[in-house]
Design a protein around this ligand. Structure first.
Ligand code: NIG
Ligand code: FE
Length: 413
């Protein structure tokens, strides 16, 4: 029989329950449980409330006592990363900061292709170990669910190589890993044929193997002048939906067009959106597609932030993800990025916490994480403070002292 464990008392718990999935949120909507407790059984939340009440109600449960100040949030959900890669792009970073353009860097052998070369050369064991290191770093930040994309293979074999490494990382890590196939990241330099024939090759040769080996249920594409056009992408994504995949899109990063394709294909998310204008904002807001802001890419490239404020005011669901990758977003610190985005875009604490939890879970179509309520997975984290507002205020300096994954504590510091 599974023993239930009562964890607490916590100074404050923010369950982030009963909040709307779409639109702006003011902080007075946040429900706080003071001197709270969480009762966990078989990895799920059995009850949540005042610690003393739960103690009386469930006298048979064992106690995991918290003896320090502690503010609890649901585990964060990072719905957009490229955490499986080999090699470094420090050369690109330095060249960009010295004034070279993205296209000049790509033309001189840098850019995504540099990472493709390093990733193709890595053994599966090397890729696994690097991916696990990245995932474990996220877990220490309180990120308990992490999406990881392929997209540095760009051939059937090399994409399978990445997706298998991601699956092994998922088995070996405590975090929940959701993998996405981004074989449509750019037209590989060694492919003889045009964009359309490359996408047809991926569809015919790679998708069946992904489905046979159950490597991923999600397809992503980079819609941009330097990658794939809106027209070819629309057909690719429609075929992906027909084949039973969920889809998401790298959209409106430098030029618009991608977000309209995302909405039209019923994409779970449209990610980036730095270039989105009012028309795109209203279109996304009227749809079910989650808008994912990636402040780490804006900070890595020196580009504007996604218009998160305008998206929320128009009624969109806004999630915040790290986009952790060796090129445009090498930082990989989700909370720091979210709190900087909040300052520049004027986001309330409630909007940021929602964007890091249940709204990000919606982007991954997961509906039993991201909020602390009965029946949900016991993924949560505790910060060493008396007041939840200290968390964003510290701009990433304050980190959780303990992260619970399926109710199991991982003491981090
Ligand atoms: O999300 N925009 C395209 N893809 C990545 C960058 C990948 C890379 O530069 O390696 C992104 O920013
Ligand atoms: Fe990305």
């Amino acid at each position: 029989m599974n023993q239930s464990v009562l964890i607490g008392p916590f100074t404050q718990i923010l369950p982030l329950d009963a909040l709307p999935v779409k639109g702006a949120l003011t902080d007075d909507r946040l429900h706080l449980i003071e001197a709270g407790g969480i009762l966990v059984e078989a990895g799920k939340i059995k009850a949540i409330g005042q610690f003393d009440d739960l103690y009386r109600q469930f006298p048979q449960s064992s106690i995991q006592e918290i003896t320090q100040k502690a503010v609890v949030l649901p585990g964060f959900v990072d719905a957009h990363t490229h955490a499986c890669f080999a090699g470094s792009r420090a050369l690109d970073f330095a060249a960009r900061n010295s004034g070279k353009s993205y296209l000049e860097i790509a033309a001189s052998g840098g850019g995504i292709w540099r990472t493709v070369a390093a990733t193709r050369e890595a053994t599966e064991a090397e890729l696994l170990s690097k991916t696990l290191d990245h995932i474990n770093a996220f877990l220490r930040q309180g990120v308990t669910t992490i999406e990881v994309k392929s997209g540095y293979g760009l051939s059937v074999d090399a994409e399978l190589h990445m997706l298998r490494a991601i699956r092994r990382a998922a088995h070996e890590s405590t975090a929940t890993i959701i993998s996405t196939c981004l074989a449509a990241h750019m037209l590989p330099r060694d492919f003889t044929g045009d964009h359309q024939s490359y996408l047809t090759y991926i569809e015919h040769e790679l998708w069946p193997l992904i489905q046979k080996e159950k490597l991923s249920k999600r397809i992503d594409i980079f819609i941009e002048r330097s990658a794939f056009s809106s027209e070819t992408s629309l057909i690719y994504l429609q075929k992906a939906r027909q084949a039973g995949f969920s889809v998401c899109v790298h959209a409106d990063q430098f030029t618009t067009g991608g977000s309209a394709v995302a909405v039209k294909t019923g994409a779970a998310s449209a990610d980036h959106l730095e270039a989105s204008g009012q028309k795109e904002i209203e279109h996304i807001a009227a749809s079910k597609t989650v808008a994912i802001a990636l402040p780490g890419a804006s900070m890595g490239l020196g580009e504007p932030f996604a218009p998160a404020r305008a998206l929320l005011d128009a009624g969109a669901t806004v999630a915040i993800a790290s986009d952790f990758n060796p090129g445009s977003a090498p930082m990989g610190h989700l909370l720091l990025q979210a709190s900087v985005l909040a300052t520049y875009q004027k986001l309330s604490t409630a909007e940021v916490f929602a964007g890091l939890t249940f709204r990000a879970a919606k982007a991954l179509e997961l509906y039993d994480i991201g909020s602390l309520q009965t029946g949900y997975v016991g993924d949560f984290q505790a910060y060493p403070t008396y007041d939840y507002r200290e968390i964003l205020y510290s701009q990433g300096r304050m980190e959780p002292f303990c992260v619970w994954k399926r109710g199991q504590p991982h003491n981090i510091r």
